[in-house]
Design a protein around this ligand. Structure first.
Ligand code: FAD
Ligand code: SF4
Length: 489
């Protein structure tokens, strides 16, 4: 007999350590670590999803005939030791975990690893790609993936004659548009039990079973897929999910494997009524961005998490825990949505939340920890490169050649947030000035030396040099930063 340890993000019967598992020779261990499941430290919606999914999956394995030990312990390590004591079985196997920290902890606990096949790209393959690159452009990696995995290919050529259709996408939210409704999931008695333990109402937005995640996937492909591309970057208070798939939680915790999502996308595309710009944009997220981010996490190493190239030392702003403390409409809505559902799509994550952290010089690790605590799909491997590399440019440009810094004009163009806001995205000075607009110029001014050799920033610095009111902008930025710290902006 041996023990198979199933982390909460390996919940698939056909992958990882369960691939060849047999109730006659294997017993199963789950550990609900109190450290990782404390609702006073983590968004309860996230915990609900992770814990209830794991308990449902444990039940499924029991129904198949496995003996399952669902340990509740102060730490994962403690839970594994208790399982060893309880069963008298010393040998524990697991698929390679998804973070450096878990890997070190499990190795220390003498857990033996089998390959982690929850991704489409083996770590060694990504390493050899990255080793051959001057700069790690996602687009180059993505094209290789299209060919290697034979997705949207017509022989050696990309279907539709182009690799990327983003020029057709990136539209602002259309006026008077009828957004389709959301798929609602019905909590069962186990969900209700977990929600009660966490002191919340069971949310209807998220499934906690394989069946539920398959329904979510099917709903996306039939109701949203066709319009996914054009409005991918739009933000609106009229609809919180727009045409996004809401699949990241399930792909990240294992309920869906990325190959299943890609197969479903290919099949749906073959029906002929899905525009190539939507299909290609979606496929790029799954075989491109997702795989690239995981590859970069392992490639860049355990210390990448601690990078702070711009020496940003501001403490996390109070509005991140108390969104009512800001009058910035875009920020308030994004933080409130994150807290109530554990999710906002990639543009509020990047251009509102991370942009604010970047422009205010918030300490990258404080902001990263907040993102990890709040998002339903936040695993270490995915949050670290997305925040440190993409969101707040704390890695000196190792991943992205220039920072995603923007003033209010971008948010104004891509959303309906600005009209009811207390601030004006066009103004950079005065009491009504949009804090993003003011801070954008101030950020460039403060960090000029750090970007002196960056040719892609020449245009931005040209704009800064043409400002006739730089001193007034500086003074307003000083007031904005004090106001944000005091919760009065
Ligand atoms: C600052 C920042 C932080 C992020 N943090 C996370 C995170 O903690 N967990 C997470 O899964 N995604 C993260 N993302 C990526 C992206 O925002 C989410 O994957 C997406 O919003 C999830 O919603 P969806 O499933 O509806 O995605 P869709 O828009 O429908 O996209 C489809 C899928 O593509 C994948 N994907 C797309 N972009 C990325 C990316 N940059 N990294 C990894 N996968 C990607 C996801 O699996 C997603 O489900 C982050 C992006 C940014 C800019
Ligand atoms: S005006 Fe500025 S702060 Fe207000 S919603 Fe627009 S971008 Fe956000």
């Amino acid at each position: 007999m041996k023990l198979l340890y199933i982390p909460f993000d390996h919940l698939h019967r056909n992958y990882g350590v369960l691939k060849n598992a047999d109730p006659a020779s294997d017993q199963i261990v789950f550990v609900q670590s109190e450290r990782m499941c404390d609702p006073s430290k983590w968004n309860p919606i996230r915990l609900y999803f992770l814990i209830s999914s794991a308990r449902h999956f444990a039940r499924q394995l029991e129904a198949e005939g496995f003996t399952v030990h669902f340990m509740i312990a102060p730490t994962t390590r403690d839970g594994l030791e208790s399982a060893r004591k309880k069963t008298g079985i010393q040998e524990i196997f697991s698929a390679q975990p998804s973070s450096f920290r878990s890997e070190a902890m499990l190795a220390d606990a003498e857990v033996e690893f089998v390959e982690n096949d929850f991704f489409l790209t083996p770590r060694a393959l990504f390493h050899s790609w990255a080793d051959g690159q001057k700069s790690y452009l996602m687009e180059n990696f993505y094209r290789k993936q299209r060919v290697r995995l034979n997705v949207l290919m017509d022989g050696k050529e990309p279907i539709g004659g182009q690799w990327n259709f983003d020029k057709e996408n990136r539209l602002p939210p259309p006026k008077g548009y009828q957004w389709p409704g959301y798929f609602r999931h019905t909590p069962d008695e186990l969900d209700l039990q977990v929600a009660k333990e966490l002191g919340i109402e069971a949310p209807l937005d998220w499934a906690t079973t394989r069946e539920g995640s398959l329904k979510q996937m099917s709903y996306f492909f039939h109701t949203h897929f066709a319009e996914f591309g054009p409005y991918e970057d739009a933000m609106t208070t009229e609809n919180w999910a727009l045409h996004h798939s809401l699949l990241s939680p399930y792909i990240n915790n294992g309920l869906l494997h990325p190959s299943e999502v890609i197969e479903a996308a290919k099949n749906r595309f073959q029906s002929g009524d899905i525009p190539i710009e939507s299909c290609e944009a979606f496929v790029r997220q799954i075989i491109g961005w997702r795989e690239y981010i995981n590859g970069m996490y392992w490639y860049l190493g355990a210390d990448y998490r601690n990078r702070n190239q711009l020496k940003a030392e501001r403490k996390l702003l109070p509005l991140f825990d108390h969104p009512e403390k800001t009058s910035m409409n875009c920020v308030r809505v994004s933080v409130e949505d994150t807290k109530s559902r554990g999710w906002v799509h990639h543009i509020p994550r990047l251009m509102v939340l991370s942009n604010l952290a970047l422009l205010t010089g918030t300490n990258p690790q404080e902001f990263l920890d907040w993102m990890r605590r709040e998002f339903i799909d936040a695993s270490e491997w995915v949050m670290v490169p997305n925040v440190i590399g993409m969101g707040v440019h704390a890695d000196g440009g190792q991943m992205m050649t220039k920072p995603y810094a923007a003033g209010g004009a971008y948010i104004s163009r891509m959303s309906n947030y600005c009209k009811p806001c207390a601030y004006d995205p066009k103004l950079r000075t005065g009491d009504k000035a949009c804090p993003f607009t003011t801070l954008y110029w101030d950020f460039l001014d403060r960090n000029r030396d750090a970007f002196a050799k960056n040719h892609r920033m020449v245009q931005q610095f040209g704009g800064l040099d043409r400002l006739s009111d730089r001193e007034a902008v500086k003074e307003r930025a000083r007031q904005v930063l004090i106001g944000l710290e005091n919760g009065t902006i």
